[in-house]
Design a protein around this ligand. Structure first.
Ligand SMILES: NC(=O)c1ccc[n+]([C@@H]2O[C@H](COP(=O)([O-])OP(=O)(O)OC[C@H]3O[C@@H](n4cnc5c(N)ncnc54)[C@H](O)[C@@H]3O)[C@@H](O)[C@H]2O)c1
Length: 312
C-alpha cells in the first residue's frame, strides 16, 4: 500500500512516517520544510519504498503528481501555531491546503484520507470530557475555525465522491522532535534565564497532553478501521493538567531550583487571544478500537521534557 503523508517532515508527521515505514507501507512525503526538518526523516532517505518531495501542499500541479498511485493520504501539513494572528495565513495553509489535497485525491481516484484536526474545534466546550458529537462547535481561534472548515470540506468530498475519512481531533501532543508548544517554550526560556520563568496567562489553563508515540498508534489504529464514510475520533489522554504543573515539571526535570515564576495574567487568564482555558476529550470511541494512552498528562509532559532537554 502506498500512502502520501503531507507534513511528513514535521513533529507528528515524521513519527507517523517512522511507524508506516516500519509497518511496510510505501511512503511518499510532501513537506515544504517551513516548520519540518529533513533530519526528522533522513534515516529513510534513499531507502526503497520512501520518497520525499519538497513542495507546498497549496501547489495544485505538485499535489496532483504527488497523489498519483497512492491508496491513501495522511494530511498533516498545516500551520499549527494557534497564536498566529493573520487569518489569511491560517486560511491558505489550512483550509485552502485541504481543498488542494482533496482535489488532488479526486483527480487520482484516491479514496482514503486521514486528517489531523484539533480539540480547538470544540472552542470552550460546556461538557468535559467532550465527546465527538458535542455541539454547537464554536471555535474561538482562527486555527480552530480553519480546522473545522477543513473537516467540513473533507465530509463533503467523502459524500460526493465516495471517499472514506478519518478525522482525528488531537489534544496537545508532546514529545521528541517538537518545535513548538508549552514545553519547548519553557525549556527555551529557562535556558536563557534559569532564575525566572514567564508563563503566559494565569497558569490555570488546564488541558490534556499525550505523548507523540501514543498519538501515532491511535492514528494508525483509526486508519486500519477506516472503511467508507467519515469517522471522527478524539485522541488524548484521560486527564488534564494545568500550566502551573507543567512549569513545575519542566523546572524539576531541568534540575533547577528557586525559579521565580511570573504570570502575565493574559486575557481572562488565557495565554493569548484564542487560547482555550480547559480541554479534556472523551476518548471512549478510540478506546473501543482497542487503543489506550500509555501515560497520563503529567507523565507525558515529564517524558517529553526528558527527551526535549537533550534535543533542544
Ligand atoms: N502538535 C499538536 O499538539 C497538535 C494538536 C492538534 C492538531 N495538530 C495537527 O497535527 C498536524 C501536525 O502538527 P505538528 O505539531 O507535527 O506540526 P509541525 O509544524 O511539526 O508539522 C507540520 C508540517 O507541515 C509542514 N507544512 C506546513 N505547511 C505546509 C505547506 N503549505 N506545504 C507543505 N508542508 C507544509 C511543515 O513544514 C511541518 O513539517 C497539524 O495538522 C496540526 O494542526 C497538532
Amino acid at each position: 500500500m502506498r500512502v502520501l503523508v503531507t507534513g511528513g517532515a514535521g513533529f507528528i508527521g515524521s513519527h507517523l512516517v517512522d511507524a508506516l515505514m516500519k509497518s511496510g507501507y510505501e511512503v511518499r512525503v510532501v513537506d515544504n520544510l517551513s516548520q519540518g526538518r529533513i533530519e526528522n526523516i533522513s534515516r529513510w532517505m534513499g531507502r526503497p519504498g520512501f520518497e520525499f518531495i519538497k513542495g507546498d501542499v497549496t501547489d495544485e500541479d505538485l499535489m496532483r503528481e504527488a497523489a498519483k498511485s497512492c491508496d491513501a493520504v495522511f494530511h498533516l501539513a498545516a500551520n499549527p501555531e494557534v497564536r498566529l494572528g493573520d487569518p489569511r495565513i491560517h486560511y491558505k495553509g489550512n483550509v485552502h491546503a485541504t481543498y488542494v489535497v482533496l482535489e488532488a485525491m479526486r483527480a487520482n481516484d484516491v479514496r482514503k484520507i486521514v486528517f489531523t484536526s484539533s480539540s480547538t474545534v470544540y472552542g470552550e466546550a460546556r461538557i468535559m470530557p467532550t465527546p465527538e458529537d458535542y455541539s454547537p462547535l464554536l471555535p474561538i481561534s482562527m486555527y480552530g475555525a480553519c480546522k473545522l472548515a477543513s473537516e467540513a470540506l473533507i465530509t463533503g468530498y467523502c459524500m460526493m465522491y465516495d471517499m472514506g475519512a478519518v478525522i482525528l481531533r488531537l489534544a496537545n501532543i508532546v514529545g521528541s522532535r517538537a518545535q513548538h508548544g508549552v514545553i519547548v517554550d519553557f525549556i527555551r526560556k529557562l535556558r536563557s534565564n534559569p532564575r525566572r520563568l514567564e508563563v503566559l496567562g494565569d497558569g490555570e489553563q488546564t488541558k490534556s497532553y499525550l505523548l507523540v508515540e501514543d498519538c501515532v498508534e491511535a492514528i494508525l489504529r483509526a486508519f486500519e478501521n477506516l472503511d467508507s464514510g467519515v469517522e471522527i475520533y478524539n485522541i488524548g489522554s484521560e486527564d488534564a493538567i494545568n500550566v502551573k504543573t507543567i512549569a513545575r515539571i519542566v523546572i524539576e526535570e531541568l534540575g533547577l531550583e528557586d525559579v521565580e515564576i511570573v504570570y502575565t495574567g493574559g486575557i481572562e487568564g488565557r495565554g493569548w487571544r484564542g487560547d482555550v482555558r480547559r480541554m479534556l476529550l472523551d476518548i471512549s470511541k478510540i478506546k473501543n478500537l482497542g487503543w489506550r494512552p500509555r501515560h497520563n498528562s503529567a507523565e507525558s509532559v515529564r517524558l517529553a521534557t526528558r527527551v526535549l532537554k537533550e534535543e533542544l
